[in-house]
Design a protein around this ligand. Structure first.
Ligand code: NAP
Length: 235
C-alpha cells in the first residue's frame, strides 16, 4: 500500500476511536473525522458526513496537506422502529449516513488515492446485512447497501490498485448499544447466542483493520469479512 494519510470517519468514540488508536500505534498518519471534530487519540477535523459539500471540502483540505492512502468509512447510526410505522424521514436518515455518505466519501477520495498510486477503502458494515431483524429494516438495508457498494467499487477500481473491503461486525459494545446490552435479559440472550460467549470490543474491529492494512494482501478485495463471534452463522 502506498504511503499517505488514513482518514477515519466517526472517530470521536466507539469503533472509530479504537481504529484511530490502533492505526496510530502502527505508525500510520491518521486523520479522524466527526461532527464535533473531537477525536480522543489523534488529529481531528469536524465534518458531518451527511453534508456533501463539507465532505468534499474536508477531503480536499486533507489532500492539500499530503497524500491520502486510505479511508475507513465508519460513521454510522442505528435507529429501530416497527416497519409498519416506519417514518420515511427516519429511514432516509439511516440510509443517508450509513449508505449514501459511504458512496460520497469513496467517490470523493477516489482521485486522491488514484493519484497516489492506489490505496485501501474499508467500509464498516454489519452482520445485520444478511439477517432479517425485526424493527431494523432501515439499518439492515443500509448495511446491505454497503456490502453491494463495496463489491462494485472493488471491481471498478482494482485497475487503479485501490482495494475496497467491508468489515461487518456483530455486536460490539459501544455508545450505540450500551444501554440495550446492559439489560439482563439481553445480556443472557447474547451469552447464549454468540458462540464466543458475548459481544466483542471495538479494539477487535480496529485490530482486524490494522492487520489488513499492514499485511500485503493485494488479492483481497470486494469481500465482506464478518467479525461476529460466529453469531451470524449460528443456528
Ligand atoms: N456497535 C455495534 O454493535 C456495531 C455492530 C455492527 C456495526 N457497527 C457499525 O460500526 C460503526 C461505528 O459504530 P459505533 O458502535 O462505534 O457507534 P457510536 O459509538 O455511536 O459512534 C458513532 C460515530 O459516528 C459519528 N457520527 C454520527 N453521525 C455522524 C455524522 N452525521 N457525520 C460524521 N460522523 C458521525 C459519531 O461522531 P459524532 O457524534 O462526534 O459526530 C461517532 O464517532 C457504525 O457504522 C455502526 O453501524 C456497530
Amino acid at each position: 500500500m502506498p504511503d499517505g494519510q488514513i482518514i477515519v470517519t466517526g472517530a470521536s468514540r466507539g469503533i472509530g476511536a479504537a481504529i484511530v488508536s490502533e492505526l496510530t500505534a502502527r505508525d500510520y498518519k491518521v486523520v479522524g473525522l466527526s461532527r464535533s471534530g473531537d477525536v480522543p487519540s489523534g488529529q481531528g477535523i469536524a465534518c458531518d458526513m451527511t453534508n456533501e459539500t463539507a465532505v468534499c471540502e474536508t477531503l480536499a483540505k486533507i489532500a492539500s496537506k499530503g497524500a491520502i492512502a486510505g479511508l475507513i468509512n465508519n460513521a454510522g447510526l442505528h435507529l429501530s422502529s416497527p416497519s409498519a410505522g416506519l417514518d420515511t424521514d427516519e429511514y432516509e436518515k439511516v440510509m443517508g449516513l450509513n449508505a449514501t455518505s459511504v458512496m460520497v466519501a469513496a467517490r470523493e477520495v477516489y482521485p486522491f488515492l488514484r493519484d497516489n498510486g492506489g490505496g485501501l477503502i474499508v467500509n464498516i458494515g454489519s452482520f445485520f446485512d444478511k439477517l432479517g431483524v425485526a424493527e431494523n429494516l432501515a439499518y439492515c438495508a443500509s448495511k446491505a447497501a454497503v456490502g453491494a457498494m463495496t463489491r462494485c467499487l472493488a471491481v471498478e477500481w482494482a485497475g487503479d490498485d485501490i482495494r475496497v473491503l467491508n468489515i461487518a461486525p456483530g455486536y460490539i459494545e459501544t455508545d450505540l448499544n450500551r444501554d440495550y446490552l446492559a439489560k439482563p435479559q439481553i445480556n443472557a440472550w447474547m451469552k447464549k447466542n454468540i458462540p464466543t460467549g458475548g459481544p466483542g470490543a471495538p479494539e477487535q474491529v480496529a485490530r482486524l483493520i490494522g492487520a489488513v492494512m499492514s499485511e500485503d494482501l493485494s488479492f483481497l478485495t470486494g469481500e465482506t469479512i464478518y467479525l461476529d463471534g460466529g453469531q451470524g452463522m449460528n443456528l
